[in-house]
Write a protein that binds this ligand. Structure first.
Ligand SMILES: *Cc1c(COP(=O)(O)O)cnc(C)c1O
Length: 734
């Protein structure tokens, strides 16, 4: 059951909220109430039937600081609710919605679409426009929202909640003498002010044998409502009383400057007078007119209708695009990605703020702190790409010309070129052919006294066996950088009984990519994480041209680039992050499903969790034994493709050191300079020889990389698995 936060601005809103809160509690929802009014008002609301929920009273505000205080009040803990119901039309409703949206909560307006024609309509409209979905009392209000461009599927006509309050309250006692109920909330500054109004009202009432009772704000609201509902005529400038009169079937006269609710006006439930003197005629006319209470099924079940609407709106997936039948969801477009309203909303907020660079904006820094918290690291610094993230990490280590950085030959080139750019030489460690990950042994084989950093890449999301690597590195005092671009949400424990830690927090620095195809994405983007204050400082400087922002005598301290993420990307990142855990969980389920469908096939070895960690399945990379399956990975892959299943047999095909940039390293000063400062530069021929990398060669030869994503449904998995089974059958000699 989702938690629901309900934001109430004043006692009047308790009218509409009380039955909803009661219904929500009865349906087993956890409800919290944020009350933006005084304790006295709150007590009145309780008297109106607002039940005892987890309530915080935000206190009396003076007007100027209201918004600020309201925003401060809506702190993180309180806004963990995924659904926020907002009422009222004041700054609170807007502040509540905006703060909720920053938390990616959905905002549903109760009593939306109320347009009266007075000065407060602008505020009502603003409050409505800040929300995502709308509960209205009447068709007229629904039409109003449609006219203003609200999406039809997000508007529910629920009926009158005030009518429901009345229905649930004890009957009003029959008065000793019939009376007119005069309820003024806003008229002080108008021509109706003061004696003239009272005189006409009193005389007109007396003329038809009615007494005049005036509402008194210091009387508890229940008592006022109880009194008002036995009135013969209600004269008011309040929108709330208009609905009450309509719901109770009492003729109602509205004092013009306040404005009549036009749906009630059209229905004939209320009548408007422009000047106090007109009351002399209007009151007797109203007294003669028998209004009738609006008491349809819909009005009485209004609270239940609200619940129904909430259920509908929160059930529907916001994901905009489904893969068309017969095709698979792909990370290349919306079918395989998790974008929905939350990204749009934050993008909107970023654009509306007008600040799109992170040095002044708020979204990138918010993403940084939320990502650090998600990962469990002390610092996180966002940057332009995964390549930039690796570059930051290498720069933070502090290398000298010709130093060596040990890394893997099976990775994204973006993780390798930054080594050259920082004046160092990439030195490749072989990989375990079964996991395609580097190991302590393969790293050890490449250590020299020039080794100044080790980059481990958790390929496809499978954690490297870090414990022996960390021990080896610690013995030599060499920092370890975890390239976790493919391993969001993967975990590792150094032994069976050791605590489980997030991949990316075990080495000195963890790097992540937010490129289009990664677990979460901003198109391009990256983030680096560390617990080390000095490294964090260096990486912060490195994304900012090494300019000492905030320092006493700032300068550009060392060569560095502008590697900043924009606020637009930051906004998308903030919306993507809350989805990450589910994305990982979903990918793990898909992998488990594929595993159960494929692992029995002779000659195929499916990926799985290492004994002391969890795989987060950026891709599903399985191994193919060419002794059992004719033509091995390449033949199986091409048959899969013929079945319409995208895949990458042999992944990057060749070890990185066979790429042109390594073969022709003399052609660029970027690779030339480091090698001129390292004895490897004096070698004849290639820098690295595939004969020294049997694990990498064999690993690449055997692997088929199957793209999967969190939008796969069981039938997609079935399609993929069936195609593999079929391809396997055609090639299998067993
Ligand atoms: C994607 C990736 C990178 C580079 O990230 P970009 O955002 O594309 O620059 C680096 N390392 C690994 C392992 C990756 O998968």
């Amino acid at each position: 059951m989702p938690h629901i936060l309900i934001g109430l601005a004043s006692c009047q809103e308790a009218n509409v909220s009380a039955p909803v809160v009661r219904a929500l509690l009865a349906a087993g929802h956890e409800v919290r109430i944020a009350w933006f009014g005084s304790t006295a008002e709150f007590e009145q609301a309780v008297a109106l039937g607002l039940p005892d929920a987890d309530t915080v009273i935000a206190g009396d505000f003076d007007d100027d600081s209201r918004l600020l205080q309201a925003c401060e009040f809506l702190n993180d803990e309180w806004l963990q609710c995924p659904i926020v119901l907002s009422t009222g039309y004041d700054v609170f409703a807007v502040a509540l919605a905006e703060t909720a949206h920053e938390r990616c909560a959905k905002v549903i307006r109760l009593g939306a679409g109320e347009r009266v024609g007075d000065v407060r309509d602008a505020k009502r409209r603003r409050a409505d426009h800040a929300a995502d979905a709308f509960c209205v009392s009447t068709d007229t209000q629904r039409q109003q929202l449609l006219n203003e461009g609200f999406p039809e599927e997000r508007i529910a006509v629920v009926g009158s909640l005030v009518a429901q309050v009345l229905a649930e309250m004890p009957e009003a006692p029959t008065p000793i003498a019939p009376f007119v109920w005069l309820a003024l909330e806003h008229t002080q500054t108008t021509e109706f002010h003061g004696d003239e109004l009272l005189v006409h009202c009193e005389e007109a009432s007396g003329n038809c044998g009615l007494k005049l009772h005036q509402a008194n704000p210091s009387i508890p609201a229940t008592q006022q409502i109880t009194s008002a509902r036995s009135a013969s005529v209600i004269v008011t400038d309040s929108v709330g009383y208009q609905e009450l009169a309509a719901a109770a079937g009492i003729p109602c006269i509205v004092l013009a400057p306040a404005g009549a609710r036009w749906d009630l006006l059209i229905d004939g439930a209320v009548q408007v007078v422009d000047r106090a003197i007109e009351l002399r005629q209007a009151i007797p006319q109203a007294f003669e007119r028998q209004a009738s209470a609006v008491e349809s099924e819909a009005t009485i079940d209004a609270a239940k209708n609200v619940l129904q609407a909430i259920a509908t709106w929160t059930e529907v997936s916001d994901a905009t695009t489904e893969a068309s039948p017969g095709t698979l969801p792909t990370e290349a477009n919306a079918t395989g990605r998790t974008f929905d309203d939350s990204e749009l909303r934050l993008l909107n907020a970023a654009l509306r703020s007008g600040t799109l660079n992170s040095t002044r904006g708020t979204f990138v820094s918010r993403f940084e702190s939320e990502f650090a918290e998600w990962l469990g690291s002390r610092h996180a610094i966002a940057c332009a790409s995964g390549s930039a993230a690796v570059h930051c990490a290498i720069a933070a280590v502090g290398l000298a010309a010709g130093d060596e950085v040990i890394t893997t030959p099976i990775t994204d080139m973006g993780a390798l070129t930054p080594i050259f750019y920082e004046g160092a030489v990439p030195v490749f460690a072989d990989v375990d052919p079964e996991t395609l990950n580097v190991t302590a042994e393969t790293i050890k084989a490449q250590l020299t006294e020039r080794t100044k950093a080790i980059i481990v890449t958790h390929l496809f999301g499978r954690p490297c066996d870090l414990q022996p690597i960390m021990t080896l590195a610690a013995e030599r005092g060499i920092p370890v950088i975890e390239d976790s671009a493919q391993a969001f949400g993967a975990t590792y424990a150094s032994s069976e009984h050791a605590p489980v830690t997030a991949i990316g927090t075990i080495g000195k620095i963890g790097c992540f990519s937010l490129q289009q195809g990664k677990h979460i994405t901003t198109g391009e983007g990256g983030i680096v994480c560390t617990d080390d204050d000095d490294a964090a400082r260096r990486m912060f400087l490195f994304v900012n041209k090494a300019w000492g922002y905030g320092d006493k005598n700032p300068d550009h301290y060392f060569p560095a680039l502008n590697y900043r993420l924009t606020e637009l990307q930051g906004a998308v990142a903030c919306a993507q992050l809350p989805k990450l855990d589910e994305v990982v969980a979903h990918r793990r389920m898909i992998a488990a499903d594929l595993h159960s469908r494929l692992s029995h096939l002779p000659g195929i070895v499916c990926p799985g969790d290492p004994s002391n960690g969890t795989h987060s399945y950026w891709k599903f990379a399985f191994r193919v034994d060419a002794k059992v399956i004719e033509g091995g990975a390449v033949a199986l892959g091409s048959r899969m493709r013929a079945e319409g299943i995208a895949c990458a047999p042999r992944y990057v095909v060749k070890p990185a050191f066979e790429c042109q940039l390594f073969r022709e390293w003399r052609n660029s000063p970027v690779s030339l300079m480091p090698l001129q400062n390292n004895p490897r530069g004096q070698r004849e021929g290639a820098l690295f020889d595939r004969a020294d990398y049997p694990g990498s060669v064999q690993g690449l030869e055997q692997v088929v990389v199957l793209p999967i994503n969190e939008r796969y449904r069981p039938h997609h998995v079935e399609t993929v698995a069936n195609a593999i089974v079929k391809a396997h059958g055609a090639l299998s000699s067993v």
